[in-house]
Design a protein around this ligand. Structure first.
Ligand code: AMP
Ligand code: ZN
Length: 469
């Protein structure tokens, strides 16, 4: 069955087919954090949903190229650096580092690139896009010297958010700070420098200033992934104006549809309200770890509800996550004990042909149905264990779990391979594709010498940390 996702653009479930003529390569862009403080676990709900999506696509044989930006220049980062009296880059660096660490704690795969908005090549790409938009009369410089996107010239504006533009079409000027705009809904592409910006500015054809938040994502996405993407994600709060603006800017430049599938996750709530910095009702990952929970427990708690349903954060929910993982751990312990008695080669086990877990995810990432099936199978195999099962059957169950866990990434002690291990593993994949068996064996030896086991399964190469290594 084909994968199906709910596309915010059409507000309907659609079959997923990437642009790639071979139907394999997927280009995916996900809006990342603004690095003015540590991300909160509401943000991580969005990143875990995106991780689940990527891992499931990979399980289904797609190769995903994913970009996640870091917003390291905006009002909040500038305010923070001024309050701390240090340069912007120095202020944002520790938050970037904390973010990468949190991704690892939560077993979230790193994107292929994490472009930062302040990198010179991206600022230049933003400026180039704005020049193009001005050339097409889709943008204009106002009296305040800032450059704005002219939404009236882009008829599709409002389609993603399903907004009736008449609501936005206002002749009157609403706020005094919007006095210079032609239309109240026009959004800033380039913000002219003012005193509040301190030392943060770039030269541009419109004078000193800095980019608006929306153009950052359009420029980084199209520079790194090209003019057309397969998937673009974020939380529902990103739909308008951020993603609406990204479409207007990107399509205004390329003339081509920017994104095929828009996927947005519902919010993590606290007592019915969105968890957010501005409401002050948030927990960072470190807050939750400080209460004695592990990263995998937080991951499970944020993962277990369908991404389009709001999820209420509670400590009871954390306890339930802990219990669910304890059940999985105990089940795996029993299976390993049963399988380990004889050191069977993997090919002696008769594979368990049960694809229901992944099939549930094919259906717009129906994680509740997928987990429901996992726990049914745990009950079933525990019954088999009670009756005494042979080592080959236990091994077959372990292999079944390994496939599922590539998507869930919940196993205790799962460890992210270092860059060196990842490189050796990657080289071995290429050696095998080139049928260079000698090199492939040498690379296996090199990995084993470093404490990592390699197995070739029907789903590809599996590299795991050797127990006790
Ligand atoms: P921000 O740093 O506010 O731009 O948010 C980064 C990402 O987290 C965006 O994709 C937001 O949509 C998402 N996000 C923010 N708050 C929440 C929340 N409470 N629940 C789920 N996602 C959120
Ligand atoms: Zn964005």
């Amino acid at each position: 069955m084909a994968l199906r996702f709910f596309n915010t653009y059409s507000r309907s479930i659609e079959e997923f087919h990437p642009l790639d003529p071979d139907g394999r390569a997927v280009k995916m862009y996900t809006c990342g954090p603004t690095v003015y403080s540590e991300a909160h676990i509401g943000n991580f709900r969005a990143y875990i949903f995106e991780d689940l999506l990527q891992r499931h696509l990979e399980l289904r044989g797609f190769t995903v190229q994913r970009v996640m930006n870091l917003t390291d220049v905006d009002d909040k980062t500038i305010r923070g650096s001024r309050a701390a009296n240090i340069p912007l880059a120095e202020f944002t660096a520790p938050f970037k580092e904390a973010f990468y660490q949190d991704l690892d704690t939560l077993q979230i795969k790193h994107a292929d690139s994490f472009p930062a908005a302040t990198e010179e090549r991206f600022v230049q790409a933003m400026i180039a896009m704005i020049e193009k938009l001005i050339g097409r009369e889709l943008a204009y410089q106002a009296d305040d010297k800032s450059v704005y996107f002219r939404i009236n010239r882009f008829p599709k504006y409002g389609h993603l958010a399903h907004f009736d533009l008449a609501e936005l079409r206002s002749t009157g000027r609403v706020k005094s700070d919007e006095y210079d705009k032609e239309h109240v809904g026009d959004f800033a592409l380039w913000k002219a420098w003012d005193e509040e910006d301190g030392a943060v500015w770039w030269e541009s054809p419109w004078g000193r200033g800095r980019p608006g938040w929306h153009i950052e994502c359009s420029a980084m996405a199209t520079t790194l992934l090209g003019e057309q993407l397969d998937i673009h994600c974020g939380g529902v709060d990103n739909i308008f104006p951020h993603h609406e603006a990204e479409i207007a800017q990107s399509e205004g430049c390329s003339g081509k549809p920017f994104v095929r599938y828009w996927l947005h996750c519902a919010h993590l709530l606290v007592e019915g309200q969105k968890m957010s910095k501005s409401l002050g009702n948030f927990y960072t990952l470190r807050d939750v770890l400080a209460k004695g929970y592990r990263g995998r427990e937080v991951r499970y708690a944020l993962l277990r509800v369908h991404y389009r349903a709001p999820l209420n954060f509670t400590w009871e929910g954390m306890e339930e996550a802990r219990q669910a993982l304890a059940r999985i751990d105990e089940w795996l312990r029993r299976l390993r004990e049963a399988a380990g008695a004889e050191n069977l080669p993997a090919n002696r086990a008769v594979a368990i042909e049960d694809d229901k877990f992944a099939a549930a995810l094919d259906d717009d990432l129906n994680i509740s149905a997928a987990l429901g099936h996992l726990f049914e199978q745990i009950r079933e195999s525990n019954r088999e264990l009670d009756g005494g099962i042979d080592a080959a059957r236990a091994l077959a169950w372990l292999q079944w779990w390994e496939r599922i866990n590539r998507v869930l990434a919940l196993e205790a002690g799962a460890e992210k391979p270092s860059a060196e291990i990842a490189r050796l593993a990657e080289e071995r994949v290429h050696a095998r594709l080139a049928k260079d068996w000698q090199k492939s064996d040498e690379l296996r030896d090199a990995l084993q010498a470093r404490g990592w086991d390699v197995r070739d399964t029907k789903d590809g190469q599996l590299v795991t940390r050797r127990a006790g290594a």
